[in-house]
Design a protein. Structure first.
Length: 579
């Protein structure tokens, strides 16, 4: 074979080898492609089947599987997604006296020894209660919500009759925070008192309970309100307190507190007087906090047109009843002075000129004649005065006393909603515990004109700067508000030793964002309150401490360069104290 032939043979072999390799590569790619196509086909088939089963076929087995993957009860969160109520699996301690068989001894050790050992694990347990349950020989729960380490200690006792069934429990991560808003769930899984009761169907609905229910409550603001109300109670030795922070434009309840409170995690101890909600369910004669409403109605009706007009300030006798003030403020007062000194006499005269029908219409427009509008199940019915004639109009003395907060009893929630209308431009809106979309704020109803509302913002700010509300002033937050100290009614008249002290406020008054109401039930004169029991000394300071704590959390930062322009009112008022 010559060199040329040999070269040709070699070249031919290389070509054949290259062709073989190319064919092998193509074959491999085709096989991979087929495998990929088969995998995609199988995946699509599975997905279609899963969708078909989920959408069109619902078998008990599949329903139970889906049920098992969902929480047994839906979660409740605050407006920022912070969990307020959720379900979690836990152990319970169950006494099963038949664990060793029929006729066998229920316990290895004596009931006294077992009870003593269990109290050593849980020092807060009631020894006598446990002992009686063990001796009774009947199946019963000895403890709920048992931690794993506690279960291990009980297991080490070597008592087969002490069992640990796994159960789902309702848990409130924030403890007693917003307890009156949330309510509680009993051992049978039923919601009570608050939103747990209101949302019962929604929280148990398998189609919805995977999505948390978001409330308008802000956990941070709620904590600050409860803390300052508790401090106010302690400093004044009050028997109770109530407070609410309300969005002045939307009606959203950002915080709502009633003290003393209860721990919803201890549903076995929740059935007591502490579950009563003072904010939405208890009606009070709230006193002088009603005066700005009377003045606003009079301004709106054209009865008060000149802030400099003076009214006699001496005791006023009407229908055998004498209206007087807590202090002597001189011979006469104008409207700004009447508000900063909290004069019953002048407010009554303004209401008399306004007339009962007009004042009554205003109170009805503010919802004072019906239960407060909110989602909570417990809502107190106001004690609204009945008319004395066929037209249902109030007697003259009724008009006068209602004007300064006596003769009509409403809840603190009524008051908060009324103050929102007083400062937000005149629109009353229902309060709500659900977070509101800013694009869907309820239209509400007009009660006061925008100009009357603007004038009231000036007057309320003046009260805090120069009047009875000075202790509520928070630098930079432009707080405006009114004090109210009302004696509680009792047998044979009012009880002079029992007061309801309230401060109703809004901030910032140049553009009101939030209403704050703080109320103390039967505060006492203490060293912390300089021996005084009135709202100026106990409820007003609560608001003065709350506002700086919650303002920045709600997007309101202190600004000393801004304020309501009250230059036309300041020259009209003198110094003095009311209430």
């Amino acid at each position: 074979m010559n060199a040329l032939t040999a070269s040709a043979a070699i070249a031919t072999g290389r070509v054949q080898l290259a062709n073989v390799r190319q064919r092998s590569l193509v074959t491999a790619k085709v096989r991979v492609l087929w495998v990929l196509l088969l995998f995609v086909f199988a995946t699509l088939t599975a997905l279609v089947r899963i969708g078909q089963l989920g959408l069109f076929e619902q078998t008990p087995e599949r329903a139970s599987l889906a049920e098992a993957l969902l929480p047994p009860r839906g979660e409740i969160t605050d407006r920022n997604g912070v969990p307020l109520a959720r379900a979690f699996p836990s152990y319970s301690l169950w006494f099963n006296p038949k664990a060793l068989g029929e006729g066998g001894l229920p316990l290895v050790k004596t009931p006294e020894e077992v009870a003593k050992a269990l109290v050593a694990i849980w020092p807060d347990a009631d020894y006598n209660d446990i002992l009686s349950r063990l001796k009774a020989g009947k199946p019963s729960y000895l403890r709920r919500r048992v931690l794993p380490e506690e279960a291990n200690k009980v297991f080490a006792l070597g008592e087969p009759a002490l069992e640990f069934p796994r159960e789902n429990q309702r848990y409130y991560p924030q403890g007693s925070l917003a307890a009156h808003v949330l309510g509680f769930v009993d051992k049978d899984g039923n919601g009570h008192v608050g939103m747990e009761q209101v949302l019962e169907k929604r929280l148990l609905d398998p189609a919805q309970r995977g999505t948390p229910v978001q409330l308008a409550i802000d956990a941070r603001v709620q904590g600050a309100l409860e803390d300052e109300l508790g401090r106010g109670m302690m400093e004044s030795n009050a028997k109770g307190a109530a407070g609410i922070i309300l969005d002045a434009d939307s009606g959203e309840v950002v915080a709502l507190a009633s003290l003393p409170s209860f721990n919803p995690n201890r549903s076995d101890l929740a059935y007591n007087d502490l579950v009563f909600n003072r904010v939405s369910n208890q009606v009070y004669e709230l006193g002088s906090v009603m005066k700005p409403i009377t003045i606003a109605a009079a301004i709106d009706a054209g009865v008060v047109t000149n802030m400099a007009t003076r009214y006699p300030a001496g005791p006023l006798s009407i229908a055998g009843f004498t209206i007087h003030d807590s202090h002597n403020f001189g011979a006469s007062l104008n409207v700004p002075e009447a508000l900063i000194h909290s004069s019953n006499v002048v407010t009554a005269q303004v209401a008399d000129r306004l007339g009962g029908p007009a004042l009554k219409r205003t109170m009805i427009a503010l919802g004072m004649n019906e239960r407060p509008t909110i989602e909570l199940p417990a809502r107190g019915f106001p004690l609204f005065p009945h008319g004395t004639d066929k037209a249902g109009d109030w007697a003259r003395i009724t008009t006068m006393t209602v004007s300064y907060g006596h003769g009509m009893a409403v809840t603190p929630l009524h008051l908060a909603s009324a103050y929102a209308a007083l400062v937000n431009g005149g629109i009353w809106r229902p309060a709500t515990l659900f977070k509101v979309d800013p694009a869907n704020i309820p239209a509400g109803r007009r009660v006061f004109s925008a100009s009357s509302s603007a004038r009231m913002r000036q007057l309320l700010r003046l009260i805090v700067q120069d009047g009875t509300g000075r202790k509520a002033d928070a630098p930079g937050f432009r707080v405006g508000g009114k004090t109210g100290s009302a004696e509680k009614p009792g047998t044979g008249g009012y009880r002079r030793t029992s007061l309801i002290a309230t401060f109703a406020a809004a901030f910032p008054m140049d553009k009101p964002r939030f209403v704050v109401v703080a109320m103390l039930d039967e505060p006492q004169g203490t060293q912390a309150t300089s021996g005084q029991r009135t709202a100026a000394w106990n409820a007003a300071p609560v608001v003065g401490r709350v506002v700086p704590r919650v303002g920045p959390l709600l997007g309101v930062v202190p600004d000393a360069s801004r304020d309501v322009d009250i230059t036309d009112l300041s020259p009209l008022v003198g110094n003095g104290e009311g209430e």
